[in-house]
Ligand binder design. Structure first.
Ligand code: PRP
Length: 212
């Protein structure tokens, strides 16, 4: 039996993902061990491997077949636009993709002004402003702490995920427009789905049955 490999996005989804897999009888405690520098973990009994990767790299590993299955936020899936099957909504990691900024920027949005938008998600921002709103904007790619954009005068607004809203609040910003709701998803390599149909289907079924 060949190994089935899971790519997991580092960060806030990992613990909930491992809890869910645990409920499915799939244990790999090493994954959540903060002291280890190891990158890949094996469950010999079930012939499974797990590795943690930067969120945006998860769909890449899955598209190329370096991982059979990926668990990552829908924000990343939408942004990366990789050829993978999206097979299950895990229902956790719920948040919203939003346009946010100071209250004063609402007017600029309403009047379709030519504004500057900072985001870790330039493709999502582009699709929203160009295709859904028909508003021409200047999109600036950032790699994190995007809320700084409007504060330091780099941009008028940001496009970012909002979970509790506390980061926005702490920085005097607010949600100005909602783009879409988001949650954690399971993605599968298209070839793996054909050659390992039974094992992958069983895994997905077990995950589905153990969702809260
Ligand atoms: C995300 C996002 C916001 C924050 C939203 O950042 O980019 O900054 O979380 O969460 P909240 O609504 O609960 O405050 P993350 O923590 O992933 O770090 P980053 O800013 O470095 O990308």
């Amino acid at each position: 039996m060949r190994y089935l490999t899971f790519a997991l996005g580092k960060g806030r989804l990992v613990n909930q993902t491992m809890e869910l897999l645990d409920k499915c009888g799939i244990t790999c405690n090493e994954v959540t061990d903060k002291n280890t520098r190891k990158l890949i973990f094996t469950n010999e009994e079930l012939k499974l491997k797990f590795f943690l990767a930067k969120g945006p790299d998860v769909p890449t590993y899955v598209e190329y077949g370096a991982a059979d299955i990926g668990i990552v936020g829908e924000d990343t899936i939408l942004e990366e636009q990789r050829n993978v099957y999206e097979v299950l909504d895990l229902g956790f990691g719920k948040c919203r993709m939003c346009v946010a900024g100071p209250k004063s920027a609402k007017e600029l949005l309403d009047h379709h002004e030519m504004i500057r938008v900072a985001s870790k998600y330039p493709n999502i921002a582009k699709d929203y402003f160009y295709n859904k709103k028909n508003q021409t904007v200047d999109i600036i790619k950032l790699n994190g702490s995007v809320e700084l954009g409007p504060i330091v005068g780099l941009s008028d607004v940001i496009v970012d995920i909002v979970e509790t809203g506390s980061t926005l609040k702490a920085n005097g910003l607010e949600v100005l427009e909602e783009i879409c709701p988001l949650s954690a998803r399971v993605i599968v390599n298209q070839v793996s789905m054909q050659i390992e149909t039974d094992r992958i289907r069983k895994l997905i079924k077990a995950m589905k049955e153990n969702l809260d």
